[in-house]
Design a protein around this ligand. Structure first.
Ligand code: SIN
Ligand code: FE2
Length: 217
């Protein structure tokens, strides 16, 4: 018998953390953000291949990627040139409750998965503050979230995340490969069709980017 996959230390799963009305309020914030920060389709460094998710951000910094400059954080939207909208208060509260970090998050990446989108296994490693947890919120359709260890190609395990669920990658889990195998289309009614053609799933990912300087924060 092969050994089972053991979840890394620092991985936390909070099913149903946000109730339906809190989920709707977060979706309303994503819709309101469209005015200055519309979803755009980013592309991979070097190859320029488009990602299967659409993206936008909240916060003083937003995660972006393109063919020329690759993965990085920027204070402005790559297409509108406008600053990203503020991180919603409910997400700042979530961070205070679960990040165990003495400074607020600086980036909230918003990923919109269409019914056929996925996210390959990766480690979030474009931040200086890799000592801070990454916290993510699932909204809309269910998805199969996969997590492994710190090495590519190692054993992995998966769970189905539903709307309102929160995943915390802290400690050891912060350095672990993770991704999204697939979306289960039509499993949620949260996303209004008028704003999200074809429905799908929204994932909000909170991150601290810069290092905390002594005496600050
Ligand atoms: C990510 O790791 O960037 C997203 C994870 C998710 O969509 O649940
Ligand atoms: Fe990630």
């Amino acid at each position: 018998m092969t050994a089972p996959f053991i979840l890394p230390d620092g991985f936390r799963y909070l099913p149903g953390h946000f109730d339906r009305s809190a989920q709707s309020a977060l979706i309303e914030a994503v819709i309101a953000a469209q005015a200055c920060a519309p979803f755009w389709r980013p592309s991979m460094p070097r190859t320029g291949q488009p990602l299967s998710v659409m993206m936008t951000n909240f916060g003083p910094l937003g995660w972006v990627t393109d063919k020329a400059k690759g993965y990085r954080y920027e204070p402005r939207h790559p297409e509108t040139g406008q600053p990203w909208p503020q991180i919603p208060a409910a997400l700042l509260q979530l961070w205070r409750d679960f990040a165990a970090y003495p400074a607020p998050p600086e980036a909230c990446l918003v990923n919109w998965y269409a019914s056929d989108s996925r996210m390959g296994l990766h480690v979030d490693w474009d931040e200086e503050a890799t000592d801070a947890a990454v916290i993510s919120v699932s909204l809309g359709d269910k998805a199969r979230f996969r997590i492994g260890g710190p090495q590519r190609g190692g054993k992995t395990g998966s769970l189905i995340v539903s709307s309102g669920d929160v995943v915390v990658l802290g400690g050891e889990a912060r350095r672990c490969y993770h991704g999204v195998d697939r979306i289960y289309p039509g499993t949620s009614t949260l996303l209004p069709e008028a704003a999200f053609t074809g429905g799908g799933r929204i994932n909000l990912t909170l991150r601290r980017v810069t290092l905390l300087e002594l005496g600050q924060g």
